[in-house]
Design a protein around this ligand. Structure first.
Ligand code: NAP
Length: 292
């Protein structure tokens, strides 16, 4: 399937390269045009001058941009070039209602739309090991599978339009609770004077372990939080979770407490660090936290 890629950020650029390696990538578009020109030159594909030109030349369009309004703006730009039978795959993390709105609008024109948010971070994007949660029509999913299989390892169709974003929101709520628990536990362990590396090695095999404990507790032990999953992005996702829960009349304590702590971290200038930086706040709960 002749595929175009929109949004060459931390996730999108390596995903587009994986499509190019599979011989699927016709070309790219990015708001900051230099990035599109550089990737196109490197991959030997087209840097389209407009979104409509990309849509007109491709059977499938993959989008990976930041947030709800950005996806809506990209769809508006694509629309003059879209025609019946084409399909749009949105890998951005946005609200389920945004996905359902776009699905409805495009379906009226015979254009397929799947919400396909991903999990696995920039490393998963690079290695094509992402988990991809898909919402939309069964037939569109079957058509899109050859593209999605080049981007991820675990690809699941979870229901009608919006189901992919609902699954992603579920994942982001879990991430919030787990990073909170790991950071709080690590701050406690440090205050108790435990040898942190040996502790991580040991508890990493225990019932309380998790991907975050094994992979992010070492960041906490070193007080170094290199770019991984940025606080700002998770904060954006948790706002989505808050809105989706509110539609059910629910107020989620894990989501709310994490949002409050992220607001504080952003205020302190740590918004572009990995979310394990929440350890800074947990350490400060103890006397002699050792944090400068
Ligand atoms: P990023 O590095 O900040 O890149 C964002 C991309 O979106 C850039 O190409 C940017 O263009 C483009 N963009 C933003 N607003 C736009 C607009 N209004 N119109 C057109 N293009 C626009 O973000 P990322 O880390 O790649 O994340 C992309 C999506 O994947 C987000 O929804 C994020 O939540 C999700 N995600 C991220 C991760 C992760 O670990 N990073 C993991 C899973 C899912 P410019 O180059 O012009 O700025």
């Amino acid at each position: 399937m002749r595929t175009g890629f929109v949004g060459l950020g931390g996730m999108g650029a390596p995903m587009a390269r994986n499509l190019q390696r599979a011989g699927l990538l016709a070309g790219v578009w990015n708001r900051t045009t230099d990035k599109a020109a550089a990737l196109a030159a490197d991959c030997g594909c087209t840097a389209y001058p407009t979104l409509a030109a990309l849509a007109a030349d491709c059977e499938a369009v993959v989008i990976c941009v930041s947030a709800d309004l950005d996806v809506r703006a990209v769809i508006d730009g694509l629309r003059p070039g879209l025609s019946p039978g084409k399909i749009v795959l949105d890998c951005s993390t946005v609200g389920a209602s945004t996905a359902r709105d776009i699905h409805g609008a495009l379906a009226a024109q015979g254009i397929g739309f799947l919400d396909c948010p991903v999990s696995g971070g920039v490393e998963g994007a690079r290695l094509a090991t992402l988990a991809i949660m898909v919402g939309g029509d069964e037939a569109d999913f079957a058509r899109a599978l050859p593209v999605l299989e080049r981007l991820g390892r675990k690809i699941a169709h979870l229901g009608p339009s919006g189901a992919g974003q609902a699954a992603k929101a579920t994942n982001q709520i879990m991430c919030a609770g787990i990073i909170q628990a790991v950071a709080e536990a690590m701050a406690f362990a440090k205050a108790e004077g435990l040898p942190l590396d040996r502790l991580i090695d040991t508890l990493g095999q225990g019932a309380g372990s998790s991907w975050y404990f094994v992979n992010r507790a070492p960041f906490m032990a070193r007080m170094n939080f290199p770019a991984g999953f940025r606080v700002r992005l998770h904060e954006k996702d948790l706002r989505i979770c808050r809105d989706m829960a509110a539609a059910h009349g629910a107020h989620l304590p894990v989501v709310e407490s994490t949002l409050a702590e992220y607001a504080e971290l952003i205020r302190q200038g740590h918004g572009d660090e990995d979310i394990s930086t929440i350890y800074r706040l947990k350490s400060a709960l103890f006397r002699d936290d050792g944090v400068a």
